[in-house]
Design a protein around this ligand. Structure first.
Ligand code: PFF
Length: 515
């Protein structure tokens, strides 16, 4: 009997899986909208700078932390310093929370894919309010994602990414070409999306670009640590991270090229002014676009099917990365089989997704009886994780690399792992130690400030709800710290080897039984 390697079989497998995690709803519905609202091409330049100054460096730091430890985020940070293990606790808690709401949106995308030939125009609010339906589609989405995670890193996540990512790219390119050929309105759409308008660049667009880079690259969670831990010598840290960032940015840019010409074409042919169309997040994806597709007749049904299938793929490859972080930890800490670990994670997240979908369904239908701090549950969890805690996670990764391990030691280790840093060494050293953590602090401080003192019609004013969200987030951070010091600091938290051992024991048992 030969022991199997737990991990990616190839460098490209790692890159595609990481790109799969990065490319998600953030690229398809948030980036195009933010670009159009913040000065078009001028925002794109800011975004690319944020990817270079923050995204690239944090992706490298997190992947490095995972790769050197070949273990889950808690053990990986423990290897950095025994008292730093709680950074990993946060890096496991955040993805677990995100699954609970991201899967509800994933369920919506499955429904809209399957419903493409019936027609999705105008059905969104009643669908979102039909909790039985929403839960069924959320369950389908979680089960499909779990099936990939259950098959393992190499045979599940890697193989699926190698098929799904090229498929996503192909569909997107096809839709871009189709969109650009629509004729009327296309030029206006392109102009609106990309015409550089530096006068619209404000301090808040700088912040929007930076926080979009975090979310889009799935940073500050355990994801790049977990995926990094499944990579070995075959991966060049610098080249792989650059490729992940390029893929992610390319898909975000293409998504805008697919969406804006089509929406402006619809606006021109249907005679509805652009300003009256909902263009951000849920409104764009599930309310405006279905009308755009409906306007195209039978062809629109096919485009709708392809479009929502693509969004489902993007959401699924993101959710499998989130599920894998928690699953890896459960396997390694509790010595359970992958099947049991993944199903436990999936069931827990589905249970939390129930109140999340009920609350969202109610609010979308004008019933505010189930809100927390003025938000539906989905937005509440999203603000906690993405606005407040994601930058904290990314900051801790830089702190670990730049200050606790030490930047010199880090660079030496990266080179020993087989990645030549060359002229990039001084740049990476200064960035990871000083520049990137400082920029992250700015994002964190202004993100919290914006919640506590939001901008209203009469300038900024205090919001108790915003303060509540920030307090809950820091409460969760404190909880991670306490749980780590009570339960995990002085106990074994495992490594990737443990999955070998669990599998190995199972194989031995099976071969004894068959004799
Ligand atoms: N990066 C994904 C997107 O752009 O939609 C979303 C995401 C996935 C965020 C995983 C965070 C995360 F941990």
């Amino acid at each position: 009997m030969e022991q199997k390697k737990v991990g990616f079989a190839s460098g490209i497998g790692f890159i595609l899986a990481a790109a799969g995690s990065a490319i998600g709803l953030g690229n398809l519905w948030a980036f195009p909208y933010k670009t159009s609202a913040n000065g078009g091409a001028a925002f794109v330049i800011l975004y690319i700078a944020s990817v270079l100054f923050i995204g690239l460096i944090v992706t490298m730091c997190e992947t490095f932390i995972g790769k050197r430890a070949q273990a889950n985020p808690i053990s990986a940070y423990k290897k950095v310093h025994k008292n730093a293990g709680w950074f990993g606790m946060l890096a496991i808690a955040l993805p677990t929370i995100i699954i609970c709401y991201y899967s509800v949106l994933g369920g919506y995308t499955v429904k809209f894919t399957l419903n493409s030939f019936v027609g999705n125009a105008g059905v969104f609010n009643s669908f979102a309010g039909n909790i039985g339906d929403v839960l069924m589609y959320t369950a389908i989405f979680i089960i499909l994602s779990l099936m990939i995670v259950l098959a393992g890193v190499k045979d599940g996540i890697e193989k699926a990414s190698k098929v799904l990512m090229p498929a996503l790219f192909l569909i997107l390119t096809g839709i871009v070409i189709f969109s650009l050929c629509l004729g009327e309105g296309v030029k206006d759409g392109l102009e609106f999306y990309l015409k550089p308008d530096f006068s619209e660049l404000t301090w808040s667009s700088v912040l929007a670009a930076m926080s979009q880079a975090f979310f889009s690259l799935s940073l500050g969670m355990g994801i790049m640590i977990t995926y990094g831990s499944y990579s070995g010598k075959e991966i060049n840290l610098v080249k792989s991270t650059i490729m992940i960032c390029i893929f992610d940015t390319m898909v975000a840019l293409l998504a805008g090229l697919a969406i804006f010409p089509a929406v402006f074409h619809y606006s021109a042919t249907a005679g509805i002014p652009y300003s009256e169309l909902g263009m951000g997040g849920i409104g764009l994806m599930f309310q405006t676009l279905p009308f755009v597709f409906a306007d195209m007749g039978v062809l629109g049904q096919i485009v709708s099917l392809l479009f929502f299938a693509m969004v489902t793929i993007a959401a699924m490859t993101s959710v499998i990365s989130l599920i894998e972080v928690a699953t890896q930890f459960v396997i390694q800490k509790f010595h359970t089989k992958r099947k049991i670990a993944a199903v436990t994670v999936g069931t827990f997240c589905f249970a939390v997704a129930i109140p999340v979908s009920i609350s969202l369904g109610k609010v979308l239908n004008g019933d505010n009886s189930m809100v927390i701090f003025g938000q539906n549950w989905l937005d509440f969890l999203d603000l906690m994780t993405n606005t407040v805690l994601m930058p904290v996670g990314a900051f801790l990764a830089c702190l670990a690399v730049g200050w606790i391990i030490g930047i010199k030691k880090t660079c030496n280790e990266i080179e020993q792992q087989g990645t030549k840093l060359g002229a990039f060494r001084p740049v990476f050293s200064i960035m990871a130690k000083y520049v990137t953590p400082l920029l992250i602090l700015v994002v964190e401080i202004f993100g919290c400030f914006d919640l506590i003192m939001p901008m209203g019609d009469n300038g900024r004013s205090f919001s108790g709800n915003g303060l509540g969200i920030v307090a809950c987030s820091y409460g969760l951070l404190a909880l991670c710290l306490i749980v780590y010091f009570i339960f995990f600091r002085n106990t074994e938290t495992g490594t990737n080897e443990d999955e070998h051992i669990v599998d190995w024991e199972e194989m031995v048992d099976q071969s004894k039984a068959s004799k």
